[in-house]
Design a protein around this ligand. Structure first.
Ligand code: SF4
Length: 327
């Protein structure tokens, strides 16, 4: 029997109205997310990568219910997300950790109170049971029980991210959206946090949607990777296939900037993208990547490619592949 996805995004959109026309009518929309479909299965990590402003964080916020889509549907265990919200049980299953843990940790609360807060909000346990759970969580993320009496300002950046993870784990969620959780940390600390997330996943069997700016940042932790450009997924594949055989010209450009461990591959051509990411308020017609694509064709200015299977393990949105659709 086919496994049911834990979370399923079906053509989700987030269009923000901007500007006013006659009689105060909103006449223009920023299409921050514009038709994203994606499945995340139990126990797996999907990496979501793309440049700043491509819509990846907005997607993450919708997945945990912090923001509602303006179109499409999100399903959790086969049920629409908004039906879970009505039951206030969503937060138990879907959590988020952020790039800047300090801004998400109340500086006036002790660490113990911060980590216990989700338990209090969901009326889980007595005060002493919650303190016991806080101690367990501190230990799980590599900190000690006595850290619970301190304040966030007393911790380093890496330790604060550990606190953010402990808080996210308090209710034993099934999925955590990790929004660039290591991008503000030193490289050695990044590895420690990624290893910790991996260990926790192995122990608890939870799923991650791991958002990052650079494709290399998601390599270590992801099973599958989705590449976003201007609010859309332009390539989705399992990690090995994406790194060994990228198909979309944008993915190829991102990967060409990543140092390769194989010395024979180190002299491969670096693809430099010219021009800035266009504004999602005024995206190019046709393929939205055509203004920067090194292999753009005339029809790319007119035709918006669909995200279609290019193998059993990959989907690509590029006209170069529309006549090579996998069976
Ligand atoms: Fe480049 Fe055209 Fe493919 Fe878009 S559809 S990625 S512009 S070749």
């Amino acid at each position: 029997m086919k496994q049911q996805p834990l979370v399923s995004l079906k053509d989700i959109k987030k269009h923000f109205p901007v500007g006013s026309g006659l009689f105060g009518k909103k006449n223009h929309f920023v299409k921050a997310v514009d038709g994203v479909s994606l499945d995340i299965y139990p126990g797996e990590t999907v990496g979501l990568v793309g440049e700043s402003g491509c819509g990846k964080s907005t997607t993450g916020r919708m997945v945990v219910g912090l923001s509602d889509p303006t179109g499409g549907e999100i399903y959790f265990e086969g049920k629409k997300l908004n039906e879970y919200k009505a039951k206030k049980s969503l937060g138990k299953n879907l959590q988020m950790i952020f790039q800047d843990p300090y801004s998400s940790l109340n500086p006036r609360m002790t660490v113990a109170d911060i980590i216990a807060e989700p338990l209090v909000l969901h009326k889980v346990g007595t005060a002493s049971e919650r303190r016991k759970r806080v101690d367990e969580l501190l230990e799980r993320v590599g900190l000690a029980s006595y850290h619970g009496n301190r304040y966030p300002i007393e911790f380093s950046g890496g330790q604060r991210q550990r606190l953010g993870i402990a808080r996210a784990l308090a209710l034993q969620p099934k999925l955590i959206v990790c929004d660039e959780p290591v991008s503000a940390l030193d490289v050695s600390i990044q590895a420690q946090i990624l290893n910790l997330l991996k260990e926790i996943q192995n122990d608890m069997g939870l799923s991650y949607l791991f958002i990052a700016h650079g494709i290399q940042a998601v390599k270590h932790i992801s099973d599958k990777i989705a590449v976003m450009y201007l609010g859309k997924i332009i390539e989705f594949a399992n990690k090995e296939e994406l790194f060994e055989n990228p198909r979309h010209p944008y993915t190829k450009a991102l990967l060409s900037a990543v140092p390769h461990p194989d010395p024979k591959m180190r002299n491969r051509e670096r693809i430099i993208l010219t021009g800035d990411l266009p504004s999602p308020a005024n995206p190019p017609a046709g393929c939205s990547f055509h203004t920067r694509c090194p292999v753009a064709m005339e029809q790319c200015k007119r035709i918006d490619p669909n995200l279609l299977p290019t193998s059993k393990q990959s989907l690509t949105a590029c006209l170069l592949f529309e006549d090579k659709v996998a069976n």
